[in-house]
Design a protein around this ligand. Structure first.
Ligand SMILES: CC(C)(COP(=O)(O)OP(=O)(O)OC[C@H]1O[C@@H](n2cnc3c(N)ncnc32)[C@H](O)[C@@H]1OP(=O)(O)O)[C@@H](O)C(=O)NCCC(=O)NCCS
Length: 192
């Protein structure tokens, strides 16, 4: 996997994640997950993500990626400040399009360090993985967002995603309403 920068803006570099990034990714993911989802899910769900378990999970994913998976990091001065993970869409009964004719991917994770949000890093990560997906022949992108996560919904809507439905997200034995957004033609157009 190359370490060539794929997208830059100012001091931010977006590149494919490496196994050696796992610990730093865990810190960003856990801090952003807990800050971002506080008040949206109960405390036990927030605390279920730990630096240790998350680092182990990133290390596993990066060592042996599943088919179609792409994991990237945004760095500033070599420090990881954001991450993204995309892959094949989760099976979802309502989404006929994802079942067949249009090659579709799903954003599984997008997390920016709480101290670096609203600096354009999330947008850069989406631009980078969209270009990667386009190169793989993918034409459509989905993302599931907790319905209670109004800031993230506003973020995706600002980048042109359209709400196409809802489903339930299972986490720690509890279900949470999730809104599903789609870009029928990948978000690259709004990002170039
Ligand atoms: C959602 C998230 C990834 C966005 O990343 P970000 O780097 O902060 O977003 P950007 O700076 O690229 O924002 C791009 C545009 O999206 C919109 N936007 C971003 N955050 C927003 C918010 N909190 N409220 C309203 N609009 C928002 C704005 O239009 C923004 O442009 P502007 O700052 O010029 O007005 C980040 O806030 C985050 O990590 N949140 C916590 C975790 C989370 O909820 N992840 C998504 C799970 S599905």
């Amino acid at each position: 996997m190359t370490t060539e920068p794929l997208a830059t803006a100012g001091t931010v570099i977006v590149r494919p994640a490496l196994v050696g990034d796992a610990d730093a990714m865990a810190r960003v993911f856990v801090d952003s997950f807990r800050a971002g989802h506080r008040g949206q899910v109960p405390e036990n769900v927030l605390q279920s993500r730990t630096y240790e378990s998350s680092a182990a999970a990133w290390r596993r994913d990066l060592t042996a990626p599943s088919p179609g998976e792409y994991i990237s990091v945004a760095t500033i001065g070599g420090e990881v400040v954001g991450l993204a993970m995309v892959g094949p869409p989760h099976p979802w009964a309502d989404d006929d399009t994802a079942r067949g004719e249009v090659p579709t991917a799903e954003c599984w994770a997008l997390y920016v360090d709480p101290s670096r949000q609203r600096e354009g890093i999330g947008r850069l990560l989406i631009g980078d993985f969209s270009r990667h997906l386009a190169g793989q022949g993918i034409r459509r992108l989905l993302v599931g967002v907790l319905t209670a996560n109004a800031p993230a919904r506003a973020f995706y809507e600002s980048l042109g995603a359209a709400l196409i439905g809802s489903r339930l997200n299972l986490d720690e034995g509890q279900t949470f309403p999730e809104s599903v957004y789609a870009w029928p033609d990948l978000p690259t157009k709004v990002l170039d």
